[in-house]
Design a protein around this ligand. Structure first.
Ligand code: IVH
Length: 706
């Protein structure tokens, strides 16, 4: 039996089989332990198997599997933790990259709040810690739950692990009865280096950077491992609270500190963009000697009443921004250019690089965007990189900013090989041979093969199962590719008929490399779990061009349920008429996006594929915020003329919070027109249609705001 063979004398074939076997056993063991609460392997055997897996991977790094159990030290399988629905969503931040972005941030807020340029407006500025965020729930002063961010709405319950972190108090005094403290778990540079050397001594993998090490350590299935890892925590925000913490951001942070949390000593109060930029520079100068990774400075409006008024866009607050540090740079050889075909048929050139470390991460690929970019031209035909093109064999400068995919910043022509030729971009799809066309005004060349193109089909499937879409446990990009290649699935609907079409599916699946009886059963179970899917996720999962997460959720919010949405898409097919107007009227949905959405439903093949999928699903309607008692819930409201008490944007955000639909134009569907001074044609049209018209004051009275 291979299991008995000493790792040192395993052949590569034996090693591959053994790694597959270990992946199966360890995944099964994780499931038994955490989901089934029924551990079958004792700790020592589990550890020994894990060690053996790591030792084989160290000898044969090229055989390491995508579902490697040692990776799961870094990212434990989600099934290992129970899920926590955040009482208040954990959002991300929008970014600023230069001084101009910061000035615009200040200007945008003033405009929204209707503040003049000289009105005082203070911000806090503090380092953006490069770790992972954690939400700690205290009830009556006792820590009751700790959850990771997850997808922002639902995270993982890591309470046992959080309790092992010294910076996180078990009990706090004089706090509100319910208080969710939010902040960042991170690892210091010294602790990171020591941990990595221990990992290597133990034959385990070293972590790429402190952030991965922190994430891997917090998401351990065995909290004893977390306990042995030196994690730290900075508090910088809060979620649900039963009573306000303070009146300003700064005072709230001071209160968190008084409760016993570590807060960042470089937090400052700044009056306007100039002071923010000065503090940014101060933090940047200290960056190298702080002893932990930061990747920018976060600015937040100090006055919490203003934060409340500013509110949120779909995934980010209006009152905060992350000012990122400039990207890190490195030089390396460009060894090749490959063309990848994406789910919308886009031919994307990718640079293959001689691996180089950029900002602590080994980079071996960089995006080249499109053919103009390779030629040294931007989308308007202007020069980039001083007009220098990119050729195979070039010595190139690579950069990455945060999580962004690496890019090529520059080419050193003095080191260009003499025989290097200009790159010729293909005009046929490298995957299916169909013609690849570039439409006027589109920077991208696209394969015209549609669903017959295997690359498009497989990318669509990968997108479909991705985290923000169906997020099916046990069915990641690698498995989808395998099933596609084997002819098991060709389109999303096939995922849901997999079990039924292979009535012995389990039998077959469990005999495949990498699958055991447990993982196969689990897969069918997690597929079934996702038959119930929220409308916004479904729309996003369809992978329609231009329909990102935010757009999908706007559209879902507007139509509410699948059948209303679908009927509207069919009715909008002529790209004109009421249904079309209604679609492009959704704030944030432009005509390009709308056109793409409607045409997906109008194409027979795509349409049929969507129908087959829907037949397998139970689509959940959108749950709207509780607006019962709101006098304007469900009403269509139009604002026109000059508003005097608040900006148009704020008026709109408020109305939407109360469940109203805000539209840009007056039609027979309009319920209320709010007309300020200077209202023109809209007021007239409303009068003609007999639409109720209110002054700003009357409107505020109606919504109980005055
Ligand atoms: S405030 C509503 N402050 O950055 C927004 N976030 O890119 C609350 N982060 O998910 C976040 N340091 O994990 C805030 N001082 C800081 C931060 C910080 C790091 C992380 C956090 C967040 C991400 C957004």
């Amino acid at each position: 039996m291979t299991a008995q063979i000493d790792v040192d004398i395993l052949t590569a074939d034996q090693a591959a089989i053994e790694l597959a076997r270990l992946a199966g056993i360890l995944a099964g063991a994780n499931h038994d332990y955490h989901s089934a609460d029924d551990p079958r392997l004792d700790d020592a055997t589990y550890d020994a198997l894990k060690q053996r897996n790591a030792a084989i991977e160290a000898r044969f790094p090229e055989l390491k599997r995508a579902d490697s159990p040692s990776e799961q030290v870094g990212a434990a399988p989600a099934e290992g933790f129970s899920k926590v629905t955040h009482a208040v969503a954990m959002l991300s931040l929008s970014n600023a990259f230069d001084a101009e972005d910061v000035t615009e941030f200040d200007a945008r807020i003033r405009k929204f709040l209707g503040l003049g340029p000289d009105a005082p407006l203070a911000f806090t500025a503090e380092p953006k810690i490069d770790g992972l965020s954690l939400s700690l729930r205290y009830e009556n002063g006792a820590l009751v739950q700790a959850a990771t961010r997850g997808d922002g709405a639902v995270g993982e319950n890591v309470t046992a692990n959080a309790r092992t972190i010294a910076d996180i108090p078990e009990k706090i005094t004089d706090a509100p009865a319910v208080l969710e403290v939010r902040g960042e778990v991170y690892m210091s540079h010294t602790d990171f280096e020591a941990l990595n050397s221990r990992q290597l001594d133990a034959g385990a993998k070293a972590f790429a950077n402190p952030r991965n090490a922190a994430a891997g350590s917090l998401r351990q299935l065995d909290s004893r491992i977390t306990q042995a890892r030196p994690l730290k925590f900075f508090a910088y925000a809060w979620g649900a609270v039963s009573a306000p913490l303070a009146d300003t951001q700064k005072n709230a942070i001071d209160r968190l500190q008084a409760f016993g949390f570590a807060t960042n000593p470089l937090t400052a109060l700044c009056n306007g963009p100039a002071e923010l930029l000065t503090h940014y520079e101060k933090i940047e100068t200290q960056r190298a000697t702080l002893g932990y990774d930061i990747d920018g400075v976060v600015y937040k409006v100090n006055d919490l009443a203003l934060q409340e008024r500013l509110g949120f866009r779909s995934t980010t607050p209006r009152w905060a921004i992350a000012h990122k540090f400039a990207a890190e740079l490195a030089w390396t050889w460009l060894t090749g250019i490959d063309i990848q075909v994406g789910r919308t048929g886009a031919l994307s050139p990718v640079a293959r690089l001689q691996p180089v470390t950029v900002g602590g991460v080994v980079v071996s690929n960089a995006t080249l965007h499109n053919e103009d970019y390779i030629k040294g031209l931007d989308s308007k035909g202007g020069e980039i990189r001083g007009g220098k093109d990119i050729r195979i064999g070039d010595w190139v400068q690579v950069y990455r900013a945060g999580d962004v995919i690496p890019k090529i910043a520059d080419v050193d022509l003095s080191r260009r090989p003499e025989n290097a030729k200009a790159f010729v971009f293909p005009d046929t799809c490298p995957e299916c041979g169909s013609e690849a066309l570039r439409e006027p005004g589109d920077a991208v060349r696209r394969c015209t093969g549609g669903l017959i193109c295997p690359a498009q089909a497989v990318e669509k499937l990968k997108h479909f199962v991705s985290r923000a879409a169906f997020d099916i446990e046990g069915l990641g990009a690698r498995q989808v590719e395998q099933f596609y290649t084997d002819g098991w699935i060709a389109e999303p609907a096939d995922i849901f008929t997999l079990k039924e079409r292979y009535s012995q599916g389990l039998q077959q699946l469990k005999n495949r490399e990498g699958w055991g009886e447990k993982s196969a059963t689990n897969l069918f179970h997690s597929i079934d779990e996702k038959r119930r899917i929220p409308l916004d996720r479904l729309i996003f999962a369809l992978g329609i061009r231009h329909m990102g997460e935010a757009a999908s959720s706007l559209v879902a919010m507007h139509y509410g349920d699948w059948s209303t949405f679908e009927t509207a898409m069919k009715k909008a097919a002529p790209l004109e008429g009421a249904a079309w107007e209604d679609l492009i009227d959704i704030d944030g949905v432009g005509s390009v996006m709308a056109g793409s959405l409607v045409s997906a439903f109008a194409q027979e093949r795509e349409r049929a594929s969507i129908d087959r999928l829907i037949a397998q699903l139970e689509v959940q309607p959108v749950t709207r915020p509780d607006t019962s008692g709101s006098p304007v819930a469900g009403k269509v409201v139009v604002f026109t003329g000059t508003l005097e008490q608040m900006s148009r944007a704020e008026a709109k955000a408020r109305a939407e919070r109360l469940g109203a639909k805000v539209s840009g134009s007056v039609s027979a569907k309009t319920d209320i027109l709010v007309a300020g001074p200077g209202a023109g044609s809209k007021a007239k049209k409303a009068a003609d249609l007999g639409v109720e018209t209110l002054s700003e004051g009357e409107w505020l009275k109606l919504i109980g705001a005055s």
